[in-house]
Write a protein that binds this ligand. Sequence first.
Ligand SMILES: *Cc1c(COP(=O)(O)O)cnc(C)c1O
Length: 217
Amino acid sequence: MGLTDITARVAKAEAAAGRAPGSVQLIAVSKVQPDARVEAVLDQGHRLFGENKVQEAAGKWPDFQQRFPGAQVHLIGPLQTNKARQAMTLFSAIQTLDRPKLASTLARLAQELGHCPQIFVQVNTGEEPQKAGILPAETDAFIAEARALDLPVTGLMCIPPVDEAPGPHFAHLARLAERNGLADLSMGMSADFEEAITHGATHIRVGSAIFGERDYG
Ligand SMILES: *Cc1c(COP(=O)(O)O)cnc(C)c1O
């Protein structure tokens, strides 16, 4: 547990998979964690974080970014269109593009603001009705649509079903990215990031294994 341990495990998994050292970016998922824990990880020199709510990220990251230059945050939770404008400046990447309406909103804002975060398309690999994400069968067409809007789509993201082995979902996401010429794959969390690295993850999202359990109380 902790940043040092997870960083070592990432390096080991990269080597075991025959991947170049540093080819996997570790996103420290800081949602719900007390500021003191987040600050401790910033103090250790880590600069890449993930948050799943715009409001929560807006409440802490502008201050952290002032004090820790270079700190970047990826949005890894659902984005409502009425928070899209705020998200465009808060985050260096939006990993959860999951519907046409959001694509057109982000594209319009990108034109207006003259910049756009890196974009990942979220794919619902488990085809779970309650889960966000583009269905696998619709992914190629959706990526083409997003590209036609000039959105900087660089990768795909997935959250496999909790009750299934994640490996086949990681492999599926990797195939979808490959055939669409996308280099980035955001997959793998505390329980399964090593397996995700084996399947080609370029971005892993690890929360509790770095910071400790989240206390929602
Ligand atoms: C919370 C969260 C994570 C991190 O989960 P852990 O099991 O704590 O590593 C990863 N991805 C997403 C989308 C999340 O919401």
